[in-house]
Design a protein around this ligand. Structure first.
Ligand code: SAH
Ligand code: SF4
Length: 352
């Protein structure tokens, strides 16, 4: 069901992204907040984030973990470390966790994820929800991980415009838009709640393309969206175009407007307030919650590895551990009067 009451044209959405009418924009945020409360309730759900490994076979032009970046100390968390982080999520009542990693498709990696997912399910008597964000895989791999117990998968399309997608990725079969799109279909077929998303404020990106991203989410009927500002990383090719992106303030504002418009277009889905928003403004995530988002992913990675998982520069909380990260989020949410859905998966009840 649309709060809009009709499917807006791309032009109308692009207008909302660009209008300088401050009163209209606060009205947009207020409507999105009301829609979140009406359709998803007042609570925000937490998903503890495990950054499993920064080893990646891909070479995305924007990402600090790209395989050509030799300045990164590559790591893979030990099994025991993964289980202790998972148990942190369990004991701290997060309700679910996310395992994210650079992309790999070798059998050792595939088997390892299966083993980790099974064991985490076992350790939490089947109660911890598990989201995976481990890139593009074959349909049978997605099925294997689903059968092991993962039930949500996050794979951002990055940009739904194939031309822009091509500009921000190397031109080879490993970085194919069509394949990424096909993977979203495999995930749905395997039974997952499917999450996708885009980066906002990329070089060469237009408001019409962002409006197209919103309609893309609607069109493929996603269950979850995690989108956030594009952030520079000085060891990536896209850094050369840093003068061609919107200011940090504008990128955050655009991201908040994207969240609000999506909440109105798809009131029943989960929308993340992403860490990249926090980079541009210490209260960026809380602002996103007030503009319609309802999910936050507190980092649970140990400080020794946080440093090496820098997708973008200026990642916040590099010296914090899981407990400190948690207390900061809980404090900030409490100060903003936002309640947390402890021990809940908080899945959208959307029927496809
Ligand atoms: N390898 C997996 C998951 C890890 S990357 C994958 O690519 O799907 C997770 C997300 O980080 C990507 O989807 C991308 O949208 C985001 N990301 C990468 N580089 C970024 C940057 N410079 N600024 C903002 N987000 C970035
Ligand atoms: Fe690898 Fe994901 Fe970064 Fe691309 S965005 S280089 S796939 S970690």
């Amino acid at each position: 069901m649309d709060v809009f009451g009709y499917l807006p044209e791309k032009e109308e959405l692009a207008h909302w992204l660009t209008t300088e009418d401050a009163e209209a924009v606060s009205g947009l945020f207020a409507a999105a907040l009301a829609a979140r409360k009406a359709y998803r309730g007042s609570k925000v759900y937490l998903r503890g984030l495990i950054e499993l490994s920064n080893i990646c076979v891909k070479d995305c032009l924007y990402c600090g973990l790209r395989s050509s970046n030799r300045d990164v100390q590559r790591y893979e968390l030990e099994d025991e470390k993964v289980y202790s982080e998972a148990m942190f999520a369990w004991k701290e009542h997060y309700g679910s966790l996310v395992i994210q990693s650079g992309e790999r498709t070798d059998a050792r990696f595939v088997d390892r994820i299966t083993r980790l997912v099974r064991k985490i399910k076992e350790l939490s008597s089947g109660r911890l929800g598990i989201t995976l964000s481990c890139g593009e895989q074959r349909p049978e791999v997605y099925r294997e991980w689903f059968e092991a117990g993962a039930h949500r998968y996050l794979l951002r399309i990055e940009s739904s415009d194939p031309d822009l997608y091509r500009k921000i990725h190397p031109d080879n079969p490993k970085h194919s838009f069509d394949r990424r799109l096909a993977c979203l279909g495999y995930l749905r077929d395997a039974g997952y709640k499917v999450g996708t998303g885009v980066m906002i404020g990329l070089p060469f990106q237009t408001p019409m393309q962002l409006a197209g991203d919103l309609l893309f989410f609607k069109n493929i009927d996603v269950d979850m969206v995690g989108m956030g500002p594009y952030l520079e990383h000085d060891r990536t090719p896209l850094y050369a175009f840093r003068n061609r992106i919107p200011s940090p303030e504008r990128r955050l504002d655009l991201s908040l407007r994207m969240v609000a418009l999506l909440r109105l277009l798809m009131p029943e889905i989960n929308i993340a307030a992403t860490t990249a928003m926090q980079v541009l403004d210490p209260l960026g995530r809380e602002k996103a919650i007030m503009a319609g988002a309802n999910v936050i992913m507190p980092n649970m990675t140990d400080p020794e590895n946080r440093e090496s998982y820098q997708i973008y520069n200026n990642k916040p909380g590099l010296k914090d551990d899981a407990a400190i990260t948690k207390s900061r989020i809980v404090e900030n949410l409490a100060a903003a009067g936002i309640s947390i859905g402890w021990d809940e998966w908080g899945d959208s009840q959307k029927v496809h």
